[in-house]
Design a binder for this molecule. Sequence first.
Ligand code: PAF
Length: 282
Amino acid sequence: MQTVSQLVPLRSAVDTLRQDGPLALVPTMGALHEGHLTLVREARRQAAHVAVSIFVNPRQFGANEDLDAYPRQLARDSALLEAEGVSLLWAPTVEAMYPAGYATNIAVEGVSAGLCGAARPGHFDGVATVVCKLFNQVRPDLALFGEKDWQQLAVIRRMARDLDLTRPVVDRIVGVPTVREADGLAMSSRNAYLTADQRAQAACLPRATRAAITAMQGGATYAAALAALKADLLAGGFASIDYAEVRGADSIALQQGPGDEPGRLFVAARIGSTRLIDNLPV
Ligand code: PAF
């Protein structure tokens, strides 16, 4: 596995890899877990070579979010990727990604509004901006993202369509289903922040979400099912709920009941100071 941190060697590395066939990109911020490795394995199935980027992107952290506390474990992550047969690790420095004088921001309207976009103002601008840059830097044939961050995936798909990145730059944007622990909790780097008690209580999130979907499918109004979901989370040990809403899977538009567009139930809730998210089809 070749590791590069500057653009010039990146360009020649991707040119060489592409001679063997399709190149897949798995963008990450490091602190890799089984969810990331599932993306890498799927990428290996679909492409001749896999490039993984590790970049803790300052532009997607809010003023009240602790960028410095985000785990950085490059040596450990690099060993995991090497063992998975990754060909290229793109680990740019902040200066390589955002040189002095950098001034461009990408804001994706509509899909970025609401849910995590409301709770974390500017977050999806930062994501869209860095992912657009990663696509232009690596020019992959396909790029893979976890469905746990469904709204992020919708933002990236919209951005790629709107900026004509989909054909000439990245051929396919692939969503990979959420990888879950045995008790149903979605894998996330944030699970590491939970105490043992909080970790046990956190399983209430997927359980209560599934129960709400079953109730909706059984004819309960969305309002009643969502109220019961929130009550279950608070009774199960969650301190507060950022949102529990059904939205269109592509448009991310709010749904009050079944409609033409397939709906997804999105939940974000805090256990202690850790914010967990999940989403499932309704
Ligand atoms: O999901 C993530 O890890 C990040 O938001 C991403 C897509 C790598 C952009 O920094």
